[in-house]
Design a protein around this ligand. Structure first.
Ligand SMILES: Cc1cc2nc3c(=O)[nH]c(=O)nc-3n(C[C@H](O)[C@H](O)[C@H](O)COP(=O)(O)O)c2cc1C
Length: 458
């Protein structure tokens, strides 16, 4: 665990991302997600707060399990409307120098070739501040938007993802030698063709010849983020990820997930310190305890219970509108997010479905919900980090950008005083910020490094 805590800001190019119902709050600018000014100002705020990165979630389908229809999601703005996360990054990059951007892209539906080129382009434009949050998708109707007749099953999605990454690594690490571009004005040679290679990938799911069309970008492979927590998901993270979102409602579960991940990264030869583990956290800070309580009650009063049920329906595959209060639920492998289905059916089995709903909509029993004065919040943040072994946090919003503003203006200075937060950016690529002193490229122990020179170079 690093001494300095890492902070990512959890965002999505949409109206209602995680905490539903709050877009109606008079101080919430959430509905401005279609305005470039919202993104530019939020990025500047996060850079002022010396955040590692803005993390942009994404889905490419709709939430249609609740009441067997997408109508509730559409009516309440639950991740729909939802715009493309990639396209807002250049505007934010142009007004910042150091803030990173982690963009979500699913490996189940589109081509690795086009995605690799898009990410290389962003890594160039940002001078090495890009991460890719690799997801496999969980909304069945997404599959039908991309020519598939039905959703690919959970573990097969991870198998496709492994090959998707293999192709991407070949393009980023092996297709161009890092010194291929010579830019020799006297001889009018831009690139040495002997140093640009086809990858000739023929696999089970993808066939990609290459070469990659982008020249090597500052980080080569962008920083890989991931959030798998099923068996298949953890193994995928251990093999590939550098930043892992560990999401659970108890400290003990997160501590176990972090320990499992570090054991696995060691087993696959990457070492115990190969990942930065980040826990999702909800924070409400007040000048006084009374103000924190008032702010908490204000956001809780607006929470949209149906909105949360829409969200969890998409996550677990369970339609909570059709479940009785005391009903128990079984894990059936419904093909959405398996770890989420497992956690919620476990709770429902022990305590009934209403317990799950209450837990979902009232964060006060959640060990990752922190509310209080800045000193109380800082104490708790430190306690969570000690108890779980996480390296930092993924900050969820209530108000946009009000939650970020409070953290930047109040919590960051307090953590700096305690020596737990950076006082300036010292590394400029995102990878070096996560792993200071290790360079901007993936280490030799990462599987992507095996493709360097593999296609006839170096
Ligand atoms: C903090 C966090 C952010 C996530 N963001 C996305 C996302 O933007 N899009 C997506 O399809 N899945 C997202 N997921 C879901 C994960 O990709 C993954 O499916 C989930 O953590 C469950 O893992 P499992 O499939 O191994 O059970 C996110 C998960 C977490 C914990």
């Amino acid at each position: 665990m690093s001494q300095l805590l890492h902070f990512n800001a959890f965002e999505m190019n949409t109206v209602s991302h995680i905490n539903h119902g709050l877009w109606v709050h008079p101080e919430n600018r959430r509905h401005e997600y279609t305005d470039i000014e919202y993104w530019v100002e939020t990025a500047q705020l996060l850079e002022r707060g010396l955040f590692d990165a803005m993390f942009l979630a994404d889905v490419v389908g709709t939430y249609s399990v609740y009441r067997g229809s997408r109508d509730a999601a559409v009516e309440r703005g639950i991740q729909i409307p939802n715009n493309d996360p990639f396209l807002i990054v250049p505007a934010m990059a142009a007004v910042t120098k150091d803030l990173g951007f982690a963009v979500t892209f699913a490996t189940t539906y589109e081509s690795p070739f086009a995605n690799a080129r898009r990410l290389s382009t962003l890594d160039h434009l940002t001078k090495g501040r890009i991460a890719w949050n690799v997801v496999t998708g969980y909304l069945p109707d997404a599959a039908k938007n991309f020519g598939l007749s039905e959703q690919v099953t959970h573990d097969v999605r991870y198998e496709v993802a492994e090959e998707f990454l293999e192709v991407s690594y070949k393009l980023w690490e092996g297709s161009w030698d890092r010194d291929a571009v010579v830019r020799d004005r006297e001889r009018a040679i831009y690139t040495d063709p002997r140093k640009v290679h086809e990858i000739g990938h023929v696999g089970k799911y993808f066939t990609v010849d290459g070469p990659h069309l982008s020249e090597p970008s500052p980080q080569g492979t962008p920083v890989i983020y991931q959030a798998g927590s099923s068996g298949a998901g953890k193994l995928f993270a251990a093999n590939n990820a550098e930043g892992v979102f560990v999401s659970s409602r108890t400290l003990a579960e997160v501590a176990k997930n972090v320990a499992d991940l570090r054991d696995l990264t060691e087993q696959v030869g990457r070492g115990r310190d190969a990942i930065r583990a980040l826990a999702s956290i909800n924070i409400v800070i007040g000048e006084t305890e009374a103000e924190a309580k008032r702010k908490t009650e204000e956001v809780l009063a607006l929470r949209d219970v149906h909105g949360y049920l829409v969200h969890i329906g998409g996550g677990t595959g369970i339609d909570f509108s059709a479940v009785g209060k005391n009903e128990t639920l079984e894990f059936r492998g419904r093909g959405h997010i398996e770890s989420s289905e497992a956690a919620h059916t476990r709770d429902a089995k022990a305590n009934g479905a209403q317990f799950v709903i209450d837990k979902l909509t009232d964060p006060r029993g959640d060990e990752f919900f922190v509310s209080g004065t800045v000193e109380q919040v800082a104490d708790r943040v430190e306690e969570i980090a000690e108890a779980t072994g996480v390296d930092g946090f993924n900050l969820v919003q209530y108000l946009s950008p009000g939650t970020f503003t409070d953290v930047v203006e109040m919590l960051v200075p307090e953590l700096q005083k305690r020596g737990r937060y950076r006082t300036e950016y010292t590394e400029h690529t995102l990878r070096e910020r996560l792993f200071p002193g290790r360079g901007s490229q993936l280490p030799a122990t990462h599987p992507a490094a095996a493709y360097r020179g593999a296609f006839g170079g170096e």
